[in-house]
Write a protein that binds this ligand. Structure first.
Ligand SMILES: [Zn+2]
Length: 176
């Protein structure tokens, strides 16, 4: 058996080098150390709540990544943390030069993003990008209120209560 050399998770992605190292491509499951993503995630208030594993497949031309983990991030409405399992898969068409990658954009391949060796991306940087994208698309709690509207539910039940007061011209009832 010939040994193939699996690329490291933090080395710049180079189609040419990967083709040389792994002429028939590779499939590998990487375990991502939370520490490696800390400087990307921490400023956004995002944290990994479970080990992050990424399945990576490279076929010589295309790169596929599938990741699953559990994230915590601040709710967009009440700012309290939300924990949420996350699974994402990404597919990239690899090119050696940015020029080739730009030209390929015209081919309208909806399934694959283009990525060139000149981008300097690493597997870990792609994973970081994806987690941050996931958080910008992330839902809020199913039911929660912004901090400023603690008794919003009662207001919703009587939506015209304030309007009625205005129409009466401000009686003593409204001035309590
Ligand atoms: Zn919330």
């Amino acid at each position: 058996m010939s040994a193939i050399e699996i690329p490291a998770i933090d080395e710049p992605i180079s189609k040419h080098h990967w083709q040389v190292k792994c002429p028939s491509g590779f499939v590998h499951r990487f375990r991502v150390d939370a520490q490696d993503l800390m400087d990307r995630l921490q400023p956004e208030g995002v944290a990994l709540q479970a080990p992050l594993e990424v399945d990576v497949a490279f076929d010589g031309e295309r790169l596929r990544l599938a990741l699953s983990t559990e994230l915590s991030y601040p709710c967009g409405r009440c700012l309290e943390p939300i924990r949420q399992p996350l699974s994402r898969s990404m597919a990239y068409a690899l090119f050696d030069s940015a020029l080739e990658a730009d030209e390929a954009l015209d081919l309208e391949d909806d399934e694959h993003e283009t990525l060139s060796s000149e981008d300097g991306a690493t597997l870990i940087s792609l994973v970081g990008d994806e987690l941050l994208i996931a958080v910008t698309e992330a839902p809020t709690h199913p039911a929660c209120n912004p901090p400023a509207h603690a008794n919003g539910s009662e207001e919703r039940l009587r939506p015209f209560a304030g309007l009625a007061g205005l129409l009466r011209g401000g009686t003593k009832d409204e001035n309590r």
